[in-house]
Design a protein around this ligand. Structure first.
Ligand code: R5P
Length: 304
């Protein structure tokens, strides 16, 4: 079997280099150029002919990333790659998983259709699976959702004294409970109502029985941070300890990270699915393990 090639879109080089190292893969060289009219040109400098290849592209700001991604995937196919995989540590457009209002686009399905046509397989981390219970509900290609509750639970058990895991909404229950089990901590789940992009109402149960514990809010995505902020407000009212705020995907819309810091939590920690100053939990080895099976590599790590 030939060595696979990993091509990283701009901004994904560190993850791509680490994956290449863990998978004993070659680092693919490419360049991108943006013309004055904002069109993009992609050039592949490492020949993918007859090779298994993957693109690393996390999908924060997806509208900017997707055109270069589609051009790169098509170019790699055109240059003779055997199969082109996509490693998207953060997979966008998963939250619009139904028409919440009449006439709305069902973007989760449309986006999945676009990517399924462009690449041969997909690896992502903790996609927002709610009304769709598996990636196979929307993606037509082999797709792996890497679960990192174990990585997060292990981090919490090392970093937090007597944690109490708090899931911010009912959707998070299964995930929060799994983090809690790994961290050896109790778990509670909040009732949340979202009334708009930045308007979130939460109701946290009485935590009096856990007054000696450190609250740890865990969510899959921190975007506007309103979910975290609403929960912090309630914890403050209950005179709880300042919480740890833990997110898988550091999406952080403009101003959101600063707003969250202003609420003075004990810590803001995220995984490195999206490069950000809050990244403290390394999930690249878990991503590599999933990519390994798509490449058809044996389970043992490479020699490097
Ligand atoms: C929603 O169901 C998700 O699990 C997160 O709770 C949500 O995306 C967080 O968004 P925000 O940071 O904008 O409140």
């Amino acid at each position: 079997m030939t060595t696979p090639i990993i091509y990283s879109l701009p901004g994904n080089d560190i993850t791509g280099e680490r994956l290449a190292c863990l998978l004993d893969a070659e680092i693919g060289r490419l360049s991108t150029h943006t013309f004055p009219d904002c069109e993009t040109l992609v050039r592949v400098d490492t020949d993918p002919r007859d090779r298994e290849v993957a693109i690393v592209a996390t999908l924060r700001h997806p509208n900017d990333v997707v055109m270069p991604l589609l051009f790169l995937a098509d170019t790699l196919h055109g240059l003779g790659a055997r199969r082109v995989g996509l490693i998207a540590p953060y997979l966008a457009y998963m939250r619009q998983d139904m028409r919440f209002h009449p006439g709305e686009a069902l973007t989760a399905r449309t986006f999945a259709s676009i990517l399924s046509d462009a690449v041969d397989w997909l690896v992502t981390v903790e996609p927002h699976l709610h009304r769709f219970t598996s990636l196979a509900d929307v993606y037509d290609i082999p797709a792996t959702a890497v679960q990192v509750s174990s990585d997060i639970g292990a981090w919490i058990s090392r970093q937090v004294d007597r944690p109490l895991i708090i899931g911010p909404d009912e959707e998070s229950r299964q995930w929060a409970e799994s983090v809690a089990a790994r961290a050896g901590a109790p778990c509670t789940v909040v009732t949340k109502t979202r009334r708009g992009d930045t308007d979130v109402v939460e109701s946290i149960p009485d935590l009096g029985a856990h007054a000696d514990r450190t609250p740890v809010l865990v969510d899959d995505i921190i975007s506007t941070a309103r979910t975290m902020l609403a929960a912090i407000g309630h914890l403050h009212e209950q005179h709880a300890r300042p919480p740890f705020c833990v997110g898988v995907h550091a999406v952080f819309a403009t101003g959101a990270h600063a707003a969250l810091e202003n609420a003075r939590p004990a810590c803001i920690a995220t995984t490195n699915t999206i490069p950000h100053s809050s990244n403290q939990i390394d999930v690249v080895p878990s991503i590599a393990a999933a990519a390994r099976s798509h490449f058809g590599l044996s389970d043992s790590p490479g020699p490097r």
